[in-house]
Design a protein around this ligand. Structure first.
Ligand code: URP
Ligand code: ZN
Ligand code: ZN
Ligand code: ZN
Length: 485
């Protein structure tokens, strides 16, 4: 592979905006500066040269609710690249009782087809000595430093508080970061039963069964449990003011907690579930559900204020046919929506174009912050000499109307159908490979490599030091009275 130079653009990173060319050799950035030359020249005039997006929350070919999500590592990463995202982090998901290492093997097999780099989180779906022991191998040998816990999906993936506290303490010992899906699964299960018994069986009842309070309570609980375990916490798909408030308050009290809104929750609201067409509503069933404007504003404010750090998709795409498993019983509608291809253009259009976010904040929340949180910065999430050449050349004037008919995703609809976006990739490069070339898809199946991540992030170390300093200590007394008679 010869050298490539991205010429004439403005580099936009999480903290700087400046004009320079970028030279790429062997899949990494080797030079940044004026007037560079190379074998291949990509014209970035009028464009912003930014770190490629990182989506830390995807479920590709995931076994869930009696089926598999329909985008696999090939179509999912093709969709990602097409929208300017150059890395995904998926969840290795052992079934209850299954070995964690076996689950990684399964995910290793699926991910060989990835078009861009990827990494894994490990889900803790059950608890026992085997899980406790294997967690160490997962961290030390498999390069996974994040463990996901579902506080919902009772009877399937859900873990209870003592399991979560045990796992969080193990994370603290291993220098790992726990993640939570924060909804009170016991309350959701009872609300679902009650709604069904009352004849409320349509997709709108999915939203009724998962109110914001249920998310707020679980977020507070997870934060408390992480604090007791002395470990940082990452809350996935933060969708409500109640959950954001818990995170905001904890951060102000010195607790190390991160929040991740999804592009869907930022831009789509709960009126979608009232749509007269059953398919339309069911296609938008995900957990937590879409919420009203009050919650959406809260999430936008959190991104601007820094109390929320990352925008993800939770890409978990099911076809209309799969969604119809839940006709007559909303609890059987597979939970999940797509978004990999649309996250960056939607966030740019509704965030940067409207002035809710700066360009630098856009880079921070789509790439750099999560690269830091997951301990893979500056290999990822940066435009620096030595960083992987995962780059999006962003054309702020390029426009399109989102349509399922022209998307890369394998499913037959798009939850953003009809949305007009302004700001799209002119080029997307994954470790130097030009995968999106001005609208032309040139992805290379199997090009993606696994990204191993080290434990003991500076934040873990700082927090465990602080917990040591402030740990309960036996008081050394000058005199101890004789015990009573
Ligand atoms: O509805 C959702 N979010 N489906 C994917 C699994 C999860 O909870 O993240
Ligand atoms: Zn228990
Ligand atoms: Zn979830
Ligand atoms: Zn998810």
């Amino acid at each position: 592979m010869g050298s490539t130079v991205i010429k004439g653009g403005q580099i936009v990173t999480a903290d700087l905006t400046y004009s320079a060319d970028v030279k790429i050799e062997g899949g990494v950035i080797t030079e940044i500066g004026p007037d560079l030359s190379g074998d291949t020249v990509l014209d970035a005039a009028g464009c912003y040269v930014m770190p490629g997006g990182i989506d830390p929350h995807t479920h590709l070919e995931m076994p869930f609710m009696g089926t598999y999500s329909s985008d696999d590592f090939e179509s999912g990463t093709r969709a990602a690249l097409s929208g300017g995202t150059t890395m995904v982090v998926d969840f290795a998901l052992p079934s209850p009782g299954q070995s964690l290492l076996e689950a990684i093997q399964m995910w290793d097999n699926k991910s060989t087809r990835a078009n861009c780099d990827y990494s894994f989180h490990m889900a803790i779906t059950w608890w026992g000595e085997q899980v406790f022991n294997e967690m160490e191998q997962v961290v030390r040998e498999k390069g996974i430093n994040t463990f996901k816990h579902f506080m919902a999906y009772k009877g399937a993936l859900m873990v209870d508080d003592d399991e979560m506290f045990s796992s969080f303490q193990r994370c603290a010992e291993l220098g790992a970061l726990p993640l939570v899906h924060a909804e009170n699964g016991d309350v959701v299960a009872q609300l679902q039963e009650k709604l069904l018994a009352e004849g409320n069986n349509g997709p709108e009842a999915h939203a009724y069964s998962r109110p914001a309070e249920v998310e707020g309570e679980a977020t507070n609980r997870a934060i408390m449990i992480a604090d007791m375990a002395g470990v940082p916490l990452y809350v996935v798909h933060t969708s409500s003011e109640q959950a954001h408030e818990a995170i905001r308050r904890a951060r102000q009290n010195g607790i190390r907690v991160y929040g991740e809104p999804l592009i869907q929750h930022l831009t789509l609201d709960d009126s979608e579930y009232k749509h007269k067409d059953w398919d339309h509503a069911a296609r938008r069933v995900m957990s937590p559900p879409f919420r009203n404007k009050k919650h959406q504003d809260s999430l936008w404010h959190g991104l601007a204020a820094g109390s929320l750090q990352v925008v993800a998709t939770d890409h978990c795409a099911f076809t209309t046919e799969q969604k119809r498993y839940g006709v007559g019983d909303f609890t059987k509608i597979p939970n999940g929506t797509g978004g990999l291809e649309d996250r960056m253009p939607m966030l740019w259009t509704y965030g940067v174009v409207t002035g809710r976010l700066t360009m630098n904040e856009f880079v921070a929340v789509t790439s750099t912050n999560i690269a830091k949180i997951l301990h893979m910065y500056p290999k990822k999430g940066a435009i620096l000499v030595g960083s992987d050449a995962d780059i999006v050349v962003w054309d702020p004037n390029k426009e399109k109307t989102i349509a399922a008919s022209s998307q890369q995703s394998a499913i037959d609809y798009n939850v953003f159908e009809g949305k007009e976006v302004k700001g799209l990739p002119r080029f997307t490069l994954t470790r130097g490979h030009l995968s999106i070339d001005d609208g032309e898809v040139k992805t290379k199946e199997g090009h993606g490599e696994y990204v191993a991540r080290e434990p003991f992030h500076a934040v873990n170390r700082a927090l465990s030091t602080w917990k040591d300093v402030t740990a309960p200590r036996k008081v050394q007394r000058t005199g101890i009275p004789a015990s009573g008679v």
